[in-house]
Design a protein around this ligand. Structure first.
Ligand code: SF4
Length: 241
């Protein structure tokens, strides 16, 4: 892996100057995040927000409300969030049932103790893997983990090393290590890094066809400079000069 000479704080400062201060657009309470996460499919901020809005107004989001509501009614409410609303309704029932039966209605109260145990608890919920557990722990102020947005793991790795890896887990870990090494281990700093990288991955540094010509960090980016791992410049790089 080529050694990166660019500092993560400089990248984040430039992204913040360009995009402004970022705030999470999802509920940061662990239980409510699990509900929100199932409000859209494929899960994106926009899809989850649409499903969340409809679910909140037509059903509600408490475990009791989810358990009392028949699947067809809940699926209808979840439809604005995208595909497989029936399956998502069943998942929400499963989550609500576990919150009531295993956690006495209070998931947050159970998320204490060693981080490995908290992670294990979170990963038992549907569709929560390590990136989701990291995100929940960071934004719920459980631990200042260097979480990386799960659909934007490529952003920092491209800038620092030229190209993301074929293996998602390796790319995630590389991005996480860079944040860990170069940002303070505080909730403020780690949330800021997460939100700025997420915004950049959604707006310009998309997984395919990144808009390098408009990018505020292209002067720092190894990918843009053409330092690819055995690849060539993308069409957007060529058109951007
Ligand atoms: S220059 Fe291109 S690859 Fe590099 S961060 Fe910007 S958009 Fe992403």
């Amino acid at each position: 892996m080529p050694k990166a000479s660019v500092a993560v704080p400089e990248i984040l400062d430039k992204l913040e100057s360009f995009y402004g201060h970022q705030e999470p657009c999802w509920p940061t309470d662990p239980y409510l995040f699990l509900v929100w996460w199932h409000c859209g499919y494929p899960a994106s901020d926009a899809a989850c927000a649409k499903g969340w809005e409809a679910l909140s107004s037509q059903v509600g989001t408490s475990p009791q409300q989810l358990l009392e509501t028949p699947i067809p009614k809940m699926a209808k409410a979840l439809k604005p969030g995208g595909m497989v609303p029936e399956l998502r309704a069943m998942r929400l029932k499963e989550i609500a049932s576990r919150i009531e039966n295993e956690f006495a209605g209070d998931l947050s109260a159970a998320l204490t103790g060693p981080l490995k145990d908290i992670r294990k608890t979170l990963k038992k919920f549907p569709n929560i893997a390590d990136p989701g557990a990291d995100r929940i722990m960071l934004f719920a102020d459980i631990a200042p983990i260097a979480a990386v947005p799960s659909n934007c793991v490529h952003v920092l790795v491209r800038i620092l090393h030229g190209k993301e890896r074929e293996n998602y887990g390796v790319t995630y870990r590389e991005a996480q290590q860079a944040i860990e090494a170069e940002t303070p281990a505080t909730f403020l700093a780690r949330k800021r890094a997460y939100l700025l990288l997420k915004r950049h991955g959604q707006e310009l540094c998309k997984r395919t066809n990144p808009k390098c010509g408009m990018c505020p960090v292209n002067s720092l980016c190894a990918y843009f400079a053409g330092h690819l791992r055995g690849g060539t410049k993308t069409s957007s790089q060529r058109s951007a000069g």
